[in-house]
Design a protein around this ligand. Structure first.
Ligand SMILES: [Zn+2]
Length: 153
């Protein structure tokens, strides 16, 4: 980005903005990097910083076991997973996910654990939990002889 989209000014510089998000009765805040126009004061997110902030909030909810209907929905959306996809991965009906997210059915702890693990994986740039769930969804039969190799930790 070379010019401000608002005023076409060229005096753009790196800055930060304070972002705030309320989820499930808690307030989360962070300094998020932006590009700011010195002429009109407009700020732009240079990349997926907002999505990252939402993912960090989801991570905080996951780490603390803060699983309410709203938190569950927020975590799913922060991951960018559709309700029908999550239902398939967790082997529950789509209506079950909908009931969890609307507080009409208590969220199963194991479902919350898997969703939390997926959020924390994503924050670390991993897909281990998602890969396991996908493998269970579409198992690839092992041959009758399998040689296992110790993996380095
Ligand atoms: Zn400007």
């Amino acid at each position: 980005m070379k010019r401000c989209l608002q005023c076409k000014g060229e005096r753009l510089s790196e800055a930060t903005t304070e972002e705030r998000l309320e989820v499930a009765g808690k307030t989360f805040e962070a300094s998020v990097p932006v590009i700011r126009c010195a002429d009109c004061g407009e700020s732009y997110y240079p990349g997926p910083e907002l999505e990252r902030f939402e993912l960090e909030v989801a991570g905080a909810l996951a780490e603390h076991g803060e699983i309410s209907a709203e938190a569950f929905r927020f975590m799913r959306k922060a991951l960018g997973v559709r309700a029908c996809e999550l239902a398939e991965l967790l082997d529950v009906a789509q209506e079950t996910v909908s009931r969890w997210e609307h507080g009409r059915l208590p969220i199963e702890r194991r479902a919350a654990a898997l969703l939390s693990a997926m959020v924390l994986d994503r924050l670390e740039g991993r897909t281990a939990t998602l890969d396991r769930l996908k493998a269970l969804l579409k198992p690839e039969p092992l041959p009758s002889l399998v040689r296992v190799v110790p993996r380095s930790a």
